[in-house]
Design a protein around this ligand. Sequence first.
Ligand SMILES: [Zn+2]
Length: 135
Amino acid sequence: MITPPDSHRSFVMGQIHSKGTKPEMMVRRGLYALGYRYRVNVSNLPGKPDIVFASRHKIILVNGCFWHGHKCKKGNRIPSTNKEYWLEKINNNVKRDLINLEKLVEMGWEVYILWECEIRQDNEYLAKILNFLNH
Ligand SMILES: [Zn+2]
């Protein structure tokens, strides 16, 4: 395995331990304030999903654009140093995400993927989530 250069290591570590990250916390706080109750990082489900609404059988995944390879400005910001290392790593994440998603769907879960870049002040993303949860 290729080792990432030191300058990027702390950055990566921050990305790896992305549970409870800022965008995810924003979403969780918003939903909690609206009276929704959920479980977080449920370890007995594939991929340890972020926000789980067990009785509704619904799941919200809050994906960081870089780490989960979103095709957006933020997701395309691959460091130019060791580019191949990053591309391989992110490709593996994308593959793993897909496998987990298929497993969850097979198990009867409905899954909504919320991208980091969709989370803005206008709360439009929140309206989309509420629509997902209630229909
Ligand atoms: Zn994005």
